[in-house]
Design a binder for this molecule. Structure first.
Ligand SMILES: *[C@@H]1O[C@H](CO)[C@@H](O)[C@H](O)[C@H]1NC(C)=O
Ligand SMILES: *[C@@H]1O[C@H](CO)[C@@H](O)[C@H](O)[C@H]1NC(C)=O
Ligand SMILES: *[C@@H]1O[C@H](CO)[C@@H](O)[C@H](O)[C@H]1NC(C)=O
Ligand SMILES: *[C@@H]1O[C@H](CO)[C@@H](O)[C@H](O)[C@H]1NC(C)=O
Ligand SMILES: *[C@@H]1O[C@H](CO)[C@@H](O)[C@H](O)[C@H]1NC(C)=O
Length: 498
């Protein structure tokens, strides 16, 4: 009897020690932020089969213990909700093996995804040295970045971590500027910890971040190769994160789709959002909201003078062709309009404008209104509620007071003969602003050839429609640019819902 107990003891010791012992999944680390109450944070990791894991949370106000068993090499714990604050230590223990996370805060966790404009590092933006210098004032905004990895199958954990959870200013220079500034501005408002998880890759299309389920919604099943293959970054860089509870996500992507199935984007982008919501909700055992807030940046600019319609089309499709969000197809979303922030001399290429402060600030306004329900925060630029054809004028009425700068060519009208609808071959001509009222802009329709009449109107429908912060229509405060729109006769344009 004694001998067999001894044998068991040795067996246990050998598998519970060292490499075979307990550990947390790759994206749980010292200095991290876990999702605060009312949601519950989910933690998981690896351990020897059958081991009983005790997870202890010790910190300023609480000491809590949870239990889990290791099944198929994995243990998983859903904590009771913890109020914002910290620091806490989280210790997982099983017999003689322990793993610990120190300096853990509870706050809101935001995922930041997309392509190169999300990836663009804080060290590269305007006023980078100022931004990096003040980063140390925000020790409660914690940052983490997933490795750039792809996979043909859905991974349960990240293949690699690019930047471990860090306390600013550590690693801020190499971290996404949009993500960092969004988190820092949010923290200034909310006054509690913010965790930022960056998972993005330059030059990538929406299809690589979409699960096969989402692609199927839009008949998007063609398979390419390499990091451009459908679903490979979903598999390696998003799927592993599903089990972590998050508050919401922000996204800056679409440039790569201006030349790749742009016509599908009004389906594929909302389908990806729906699918992420469902998957994060399931992955977290119902903790991450099924309707979590999703913010995104409407494309900025690339080529001055370009006549290509790729950017205008993707901007429109980013809103599921409504022109504004949230709308009935894209609920609980918010958008930062960025087409008025071009950067002609960006050393990283004009497609990478360096003013990320305004982008992030506009996103933060959306988050405050949509994600946090703050009353009285304006976050949408002016959008038309009514377009009326007068005898020689067009009366565009907006949903709010406008600040208008006269412009000759940012509004354009479609001229067609004999009540013909505006089609792909129809001519668009510039329609100068003639007058303005508090909520209206009056355009001339006198520019169509004599035999033709107005069959469409569009605004800022160009890759690069205006100079820096110099579009014709802004909110009365001057902070929020009007998003682009296109309206054709016998189609309605307007804000039925907000
Ligand atoms: C957390 O762990 C660190 C290092 O082991 C220790 O110094 C600290 O006192 C612990 N904090 C709490 C709240 O238990
Ligand atoms: C994972 O990504 C990192 C860069 O973040 C890279 O160095 C590494 O080689 C990648 N690993 C695999 C298996 O692709
Ligand atoms: C994470 O979530 C996915 C998707 O719901 C699930 O298949 C997987 O088993 C979960 N992993 C862990 C470790 O809980
Ligand atoms: C950079 O700093 C200057 C001086 O404070 C300021 O006027 C400018 O708006 C800043 N630029 C951005 C993009 O924040
Ligand atoms: C334009 O339309 C608005 C809203 O219907 C109306 O109040 C305004 O008087 C119109 N302006 C002109 C010049 O017709």
């Amino acid at each position: 009897m004694a001998m067999s107990l001894g044998a068991v003891f040795i067996f246990v010791a050998s598998i519970y020690g060292g490499e075979g012992g307990l550990r947390f999944a790759s994206y749980y680390g010292d200095h991290m932020v876990l999702q605060k109450a009312p949601e519950s944070a989910v933690l998981w990791g690896y351990g020897p089969e059958g081991a009983h894991v005790t997870l202890t949370l010790s910190g300023p106000s609480q000491r809590r213990t949870s239990l889990a068993d290791v099944t198929n090499g994995i243990w998983r714990v859903t904590l009771d909700p913890v109020a914002a604050g910290g620091p806490y230590n989280v210790t997982a223990a099983a017999q003689d093996s322990t793993a610990a996370l120190t300096d853990v805060l509870f706050g809101d966790v935001w995922l930041c995804g997309g392509q190169s404009n999300m990836w663009l590092q804080t060290s590269k933006i305007f006023n980078a040295s100022d931004e990096l210098r003040i980063a140390e004032k925000y020790p409660h905004v914690r940052i983490f970045m997933a490795g750039f990895n792809q996979s043909k199958t859905e991974e349960i954990d990240l293949i690699q971590v690019e930047l471990p959870w860090s306390v600013p200013p550590t690693n801020v220079a190499d971290f996404s500027a949009v993500c960092w500034l969004f988190g820092r501005y949010l923290q200034e408002t909310l006054q509690y910890p913010i965790g930022l998880v960056e998972s993005c890759w330059e030059g990538t299309r929406v299809e690589v971040w979409s699960s096969p389920r989402a692609l199927q919604q839009c008949d998007r099943q063609r398979v390419g190769s390499g990091p451009k293959e459908n679903s490979v970054l979903w598999n390696a860089m998003i799927h592993p994160l599903l089990n972590m509870t998050v508050k919401g996500a922000i996204w800056y992507q679409g440039e790569a789709n201006t030349v790749y199935h742009q016509e599908k984007y009004s389906c594929s982008f909302p389908a990806m959002i729906d699918d992420w919501r469902l998957a994060f909700h399931h992955g977290s055992g119902g903790q991450t909201s099924l309707h979590f807030p999703f913010g995104f940046v409407q494309l900025s600019t690339d080529q001055k003078g370009s006549k290509s319609d790729g950017f205008p089309n993707i901007r429109w499709h980013q809103t599921a062709d409504y022109g504004f969000v949230p709308n009935s197809r894209m609920q609980n979303t918010f958008m930062a309009v960025a087409l008025d922030l071009p950067d002609e001399t960006s050393p990283y290429g004009t497609i990478h404008p360096r003013d990320k402060q305004d982008v992030a600030y506009r996103l933060t306004l959306g988050a405050r209104a949509v994600a946090y329900g703050e009353v009285g925060v304006s976050f949408q630029g002016p959008f038309p509620t009514q377009i009326t054809l007068l005898s020689k004028m067009i009366n565009v009425t907006y949903d709010q007071k406008v600040r208008v700068t006269p412009s000759k060519d940012v509004f354009e009208i479609c001229c067609t003969e004999g009540h013909a609808p505006c089609g792909p071959e129809s001519a668009w001509v510039s329609s100068p602003i003639m007058q303005q009222g508090p909520t209206t802009v009056l355009l001339t329709s006198d520019v169509c050839p004599p035999a033709e009449e107005v069959s469409g109107l569009r605004y800022a429908w160009r890759d690069w429609p205006c100079d820096f912060k110099a579009c014709p229509v802004y909110s009365a405060s001057g902070v929020l640019p009007a998003p682009p729109f296109i309206a054709k006769r016998s189609q309605s344009v307007g804000k039925q819902e907000v």
